[in-house]
Design a protein around this ligand. Structure first.
Ligand SMILES: [Zn+2]
Length: 232
């Protein structure tokens, strides 16, 4: 899960810890993350080729986990960014401290499912638009809003178990942040395009329970990207 930037926006710090987890942390291994993925999505290997540590085992401050192209080391490095396209499979980078000690089991499922969503979305495994606006922040906001929206909807359906209140709030805040960023971008670039994208991105209140949820999910609709500023 990228907390701030999806790709191309981070600065490579070059941490080189040798497998030190946060003191008292659960010390996540790639095998454990892969087992969690398999337990939720037996088809995950279609979209995620390998789960492994990147260039450090301790996570960077702004990142819990993230996708990279095959062999990539750092999800924040544009040169390592995931490949997008039908049938693409990317690698998932995790860290020993991806799951902080206080996190619930539900949060671990949510984080892993978030990455699964990205990987499958990038591989065009959902009937959801993929985009390339030529503006990294707009792309980031779009993909992150879609992924956070997906996990919020699944969390609301009880797919992960019971999240802590602060975890629910964190997920809602991430969705709202990226929804707002992407909404602002579309409204500035081509307001009519929101008729297209808005179908996939409910207003934050609708996903977090402060306003009624839509009667039917729109997340699996066929898309008609004609109104999109750019798609790929
Ligand atoms: Zn993400």
């Amino acid at each position: 899960m990228r907390r701030a930037a999806h790709w191309g926006l981070g600065v490579l710090i070059g941490l080189s810890f040798a497998g030190q987890a946060t003191a008292g942390g659960p010390d996540l291994t790639p095998d454990q993350a892969a087992a969690l993925l398999a337990s939720m999505h037996p088809d995950y290997t279609r979209y995620i080729r390998e789960v492994r540590y990147g260039d450090s085992r301790a996570r960077p401050a702004t990142l819990y986990a993230g996708l990279v192209r095959r062999g990539g080391e750092d999800p924040r490095d544009p040169a390592d960014g995931p490949i997008l396209g039908r049938g693409a499979s990317n690698d998932l980078i995790v860290y020993t401290d991806t799951f902080e000690p206080w996190r619930t089991v539900a949060w671990r499922r949510l984080v892993i499912d978030h990455e699964y969503f990205h990987a499958r979305h990038f591989a065009k495994g959902f009937n959801l638009p993929t985009v390339g606006f030529g503006l990294p922040q707009a792309d980031t906001d779009y993909y992150e809003a879609m992924a956070w929206g997906y996990v919020l909807e699944r969390a609301g359906d009880g797919a992960y178990g019971e999240l802590a209140a602060r975890e629910r709030a964190e997920a809602a805040a991430r969705y709202e942040e990226h929804y707002d960023g992407f909404h602002r971008f579309v409204m500035k670039a081509q307001p009519s395009a929101w008729a297209h994208y808005g179908r996939f991105l409910p207003e934050p209140g609708a996903l977090t329970g402060t306003t009624p949820r839509p009667a039917a999910s729109t997340r699996t609709e066929e898309t008609s990207p004609a109104a999109a500023p750019a798609t790929r």
